[in-house]
Design a protein around this ligand. Structure first.
Ligand code: PLP
Length: 353
């Protein structure tokens, strides 16, 4: 197999830049568990302020942010509503169930979104001792699996409103919230305002090597610290990692717009390739979903050739579906080169070679 030249597998492929590494080396550290790590404290303060919440907690991963939110908000047996393609349902190893003991109800939405009416209906059942109570409604901004789709602010607010009316808790999996912020110009505070808990991922397009930061009320974050310890996620001189997050929030947020432009560029570039189905208008942020059914190949067979013959990697979210995600390690030239590679490959497929 040839080496991977251009890695569009995911925005998790980002590697810390030299500037980020230097910043990490220069930061001050202390014992996080004694609240004595100045860099971890600074990052937590920055995120709490950015999201308009009382406090925040630095965690080793976004997955742990979701787990801890359910652990604090729910009792075993409670139900969490989320869209059927949401990350905790398909990519978190069943942790919501295994750790928090919650049932996830997959809401049948579109583009990873559902409506306030759907929530109202799902929560309108008369009280019964048999039926698990919905404790949390979770919204994923942007919706990852459908292709980085942006929840409209009004729709989110309406969902939070019914959630609260019914006495439940609104949680935002904001792994890529900042992609939505950059794409729409709506502030992180505005998006987060009606949510009880919300987190952002540092290790996706923001380019840090590890971490997520979960925010909410002071009482919520104090309980989150308890679970961070219990789960073995409490660290010591974590400031060296938090520093990467501080650097990312200072330098890598606005540049997400470049990833969005590159995603559009990629979609437009492959649009005319034979056998490729893609809708450039559906690209809202940094992800491009496309389909190779008409080439006669499965997505995995297509990617095997794309890597082997062209050194370009994309992911395979479905039997014939592919996904490309530009990020800070990808230049405009890389995009043109990847587009050329795809054209070249489908030409050979059509010719039968
Ligand atoms: C990546 C991701 C997560 C998990 O974050 P990790 O930092 O990889 O654990 C959760 N939700 C969504 C929507 C994601 O894209």
């Amino acid at each position: 197999m040839s080496a991977i030249r251009i890695d569009l597998y995911s925005d998790t492929a980002t590697k810390p830049t030299n500037e980020m590494r230097e910043f990490m080396c220069s930061c001050e550290v202390g014992d996080e568990q004694r609240y004595e790590d100045p860099s971890a404290n600074e990052l937590q303060g920055m995120v709490a302020e950015m999201l308009g919440k009382e406090m925040a907690i630095f965690l080793p991963s976004g997955t742990m942010c979701n787990h801890i939110a359910y652990l604090v908000h729910c009792k075993p047996g409670d139900m969490v509503l989320m869209e059927k393609t949401a990350h905790p349902l398909i990519s978190e190893a069943g942790g919501a169930c295994a750790l928090a003991g919650v049932t996830i109800y997959p809401v049948d939405g579109q583009k990873g979104q559902f409506s306030a009416e759907q929530v109202a209906e799902l929560m309108s059942y008369p009280f019964s001792l048999r039926r698990p109570g919905v404790r949390v409604v979770s919204v994923e901004q942007t919706a990852n699996s459908p292709g980085g789709c942006i929840w409209p602010l009004e729709q989110m607010r309406a969902v939070c409103e019914v959630t609260h009316e019914k006495g439940a808790i609104a949680h935002m999996d904001g792994a890529r919230l900042l992609n939505a912020v950059v794409a729409t110009g709506i502030s992180p505070q505005d998006y987060a305002e009606t949510f009880d808990s919300v987190w952002i991922d540092l290790s996706k397009g923001l380019g840090a090597p590890v971490g997520g930061v979960l925010a909410g009320s002071e009482a919520f974050i104090q309980q989150a610290w308890g679970w961070k310890h219990r789960l073995g996620g409490a660290m010591r001189q974590s400031g060296i990692l938090a520093a990467a997050g501080i650097y990312a929030l200072k330098h890598n947020v606005d540049r997400l717009a470049e990833d969005h432009i590159n995603a559009k560029r990629f979609a437009k570039g492959i649009y005319s390739a034979e056998g490729i189905a893609v809708d450039p208008d559906s690209v809202e942020t940094n992800m491009v979903r496309f389909d190779v059914a008409d080439t006669g190949l499965s997505s995995s067979a297509f990617v095997e050739r794309l890597i082997g013959e062209e050194g370009v990697r994309v992911s395979t979210p479905g039997p014939t579906a592919l996904r490309a995600v530009p990020h800070l390690g990808i230049t405009e030239d890389d995009i043109y080169s990847a587009v050329e590679s795809i054209h070249g490959l489908v030409e050979r497929i059509v010719e039968g070679v």
